[in-house]
Design a protein around this ligand. Structure first.
Ligand code: ATP
Ligand code: MG
Length: 438
C-alpha cells in the first residue's frame, strides 16, 4: 500500500471509532433508503486532530421532506435551510442535525446567501464551507472519506486556508474572517498567507455582520488556551480596529500576552485593559475609576456582550490601574475592595495578578488576597451590627440616617477591622448620632 492509502485507512479507523452510535444510526438509515449521508464539519476535523469533537453534523442528499419521512421523532428546525433535527433518545444530547446538501446563491448583503439550492452533489456542499479543514466529510455507513480540497493535509501542516478564492469567500460572508482567527487560536493553527491577505479586503463585509455573531466568535476566541494566537492576527489584519475601534493598541504583543495570562473570568476585561487610565494622581489611583468602568461597559454592550459580562469587564478595567501603584497599605486596599461587589473581588485579584507591567506580582494583588483570606469586613453586611441594632439599641429614628450611620461605621472599620465588635460599634454609633444631630 502507498503511504497515502495507509493514512487514509488510519484516518477512516479514527473516524469510524469516533462517530457516536446515534449519529452512525442516522447515517445508516439514510444510506439504507438510498441517500448519501456523511458527517461533516467541526466534529470530523476535531476527531482527526485528536481533540474532543463537539456536535456531529450530518449532511445528506435526501431532501428535508424525505428526512422527515424516514424518522419517527423529528423537529423541522430550519426547513428553509434544509435542516431537520432527529431526536434519537432523551434530551438534547440525543439530537442529530441533518442538513440537505446545498449550494448557495449570491451573498448580496455579506451576511446570508440570497437563497439556497438543494439537489447539489456533496462536493458542492463542501465547496460553500468556510475553511478547508471544515470541509472534510466522512460517510460512516460506507466507511468513506471525501476530502476534495485537501483538508487532511492542512490538518497535518496545521494551516487554515479558505475554500476556493479567499477574498471572494471572506467578502461574501464577513463572519468568516472572525471564524478564521477564532480557529487560529482554538486549533493553534497558522493562517495561510493568501487567506490572511484576504482579511483586509473583507473588512467592509465584517462591518455588516450582526454584533451578536461577532461577539460570539470573540467569546470563543477568548476561551482558547492562548487567545494571542488569534488576537495578534486579528490586530495585524485590521479586524481589531474594525470591531473595537476604541481600543488604543500601542503594544499588540504585550496586550495579547496579557490576555493569555488572564483567567477565564478576566479574559474579556484583559482584552479591554488598554482602556484603563494610564495617568493618575495620588487619589484616583486608589479608587475605582467609574468613568473607565462606564466606558468599557458601554463598548462591550455595543458589541452585544451580555449586561453581566459588560458590567463585570467595566468594573475590572476600572480598577486595573491599581496594579501600577506599588505602595498599597492594608486600609487603602480594603477601601478599594469595598468599592467592588463581593463576587468581583476575586476576579479583580486575578486581573491584577496577570498584570506584568512591573516586575514581580503587583502589590495590590498580594494585599487584596490577604484581606480576602482573612475575611476582613469590607461591606455593611459584614459589620457586627445592623440597622435593627441601631433602631433597637441606639435609638436611631427610622429613615435615611440608619444607612448614613452604617456607612460611617464601615468607613471606620475599613480603617481598623479590630473595631468590628458589637460593643465598639454600638458605642461609636451613639457618638455618631449625637454628631449628626439625630
Ligand atoms: P465548532 O467546534 O465551534 O462547532 P464548527 O466548525 O463545527 O466549529 P459550526 O459553526 O458548528 O462550526 O459550523 C459547522 C460547519 O458549517 C463548519 O465546520 C463549516 O463547514 C460550516 N460553516 C459554519 N459557519 C460557516 C460560515 N460562516 N461560512 C461557511 N461555512 C460555515
Ligand atoms: Mg459545530
Amino acid at each position: 500500500m502507498t503511504d497515502d492509502a495507509t493514512d487514509d485507512a488510519r484516518e477512516r479507523a479514527i473516524l469510524a471509532a469516533a462517530v457516536p452510535p446515534n449519529v452512525r444510526d442516522v447515517c445508516a438509515t439514510l444510506s439504507a433508503a438510498g441517500h448519501q449521508a456523511v458527517t461533516v464539519g467541526g466534529a470530523v476535523r476535531d476527531a482527526l486532530l485528536g481533540r474532543a469533537p463537539g456536535d456531529w453534523d450530518v449532511a445528506t442528499s435526501a431532501r428535508p421532506e424525505q428526512v422527515l419521512a424516514l424518522f419517527r421523532h423529528t423537529i423541522p428546525t430550519g426547513m428553509q435551510h434544509g435542516t431537520v433535527t432527529i431526536v434519537t433518545g432523551r434530551g438534547v444530547a440525543s439530537h442529530v442535525e441533518v442538513t440537505t446538501f446545498r449550494g448557495e446563491g449570491a451573498y448580496s448583503d455579506a451576511r446570508r446567501p440570497d437563497h439556497v439550492v438543494f439537489g447539489v452533489p456533496l462536493v458542492e456542499d463542501l465547496a460553500r464551507r468556510d475553511l478547508v479543514v471544515n470541509a472534510i466529510a466522512y460517510d460512516p455507513a460506507n466507511d468513506q472519506l471525501v476530502d476534495p480540497f485537501g483538508g487532511r493535509a492542512d490538518l497535518t501542516s496545521r494551516v487554515l486556508r479558505a475554500v476556493g478564492d479567499p477574498v471572494a469567500r471572506f467578502t461574501e460572508d464577513g463572519l468568516r474572517v472572525m471564524r478564521a482567527v477564532r480557529f487560529a487560536a482554538k486549533l493553534e493553527f497558522a493562517l495561510d498567507a493568501a487567506t490572511e491577505a484576504a482579511i483586509a479586503p473583507a473588512l467592509p463585509s465584517l462591518a455588516k455582520v450582526s454584533r451578536e455573531r461577532v461577539s460570539d466568535e470573540l467569546r470563543k476566541l477568548l476561551s482558547a488556551r492562548e487567545p494571542s494566537r488569534g488576537l495578534v492576527v486579528a490586530a495585524r489584519t485590521g479586524i481589531v480596529a474594525s470591531i473595537l475601534p476604541e481600543l488604543p493598541l500601542v503594544d499588540v504583543a504585550a496586550w495579547a500576552a496579557r490576555v493569555d495570562r488572564a483567567t477565564a473570568g478576566t479574559r474579556l476585561a484583559s482584552l479591554f485593559a488598554p482602556l484603563a487610565r494610564g495617568q493618575f494622581d495620588d487619589v484616583t489611583v486608589r479608587h475605582l475609576d467609574r468613568d473607565v468602568a462606564a466606558r468599557v461597559a458601554a463598548i462591550a454592550k455595543a458589541l452585544k456582550f451580555s449586561n453581566a459580562e459588560a458590567d463585570t469587564a467595566g468594573v475590572l478595567v476600572g480598577v486595573a490601574h491599581a496594579a501600577r501603584w506599588d505602595a498599597w497599605n492594608p486600609a487603602e486596599t480594603r477601601r478599594l475592595l469595598a468599592e467592588l461587589d463581593a463576587k468581583l473581588r476575586p476576579l479583580a485579584i486575578e486581573l491584577w495578578a496577570s498584570d506584568r507591567s512591573q516586575p514581580g506580582e503587583p502589590s495590590i494583588a498580594a494585599k487584596a488576597r490577604h484581606a480576602l483570606d482573612a475575611h476582613e469586613p469590607l461591606a455593611i453586611g459584614d459589620l457586627a451590627i445592623g440597622g435593627k441594632d441601631l433602631l433597637d439599641d441606639v435609638g436611631v429614628p427610622p429613615g435615611r440616617i440608619v444607612g448614613q450611620v452604617l456607612t460611617l461605621l464601615l468607613a471606620r472599620v475599613l480603617d481598623d477591622p479590630a473595631l468590628n465588635t458589637r460593643d465598639q460599634l454600638l458605642a461609636a454609633a451613639h457618638q455618631l448620632v449625637l454628631e449628626l444631630g439625630g
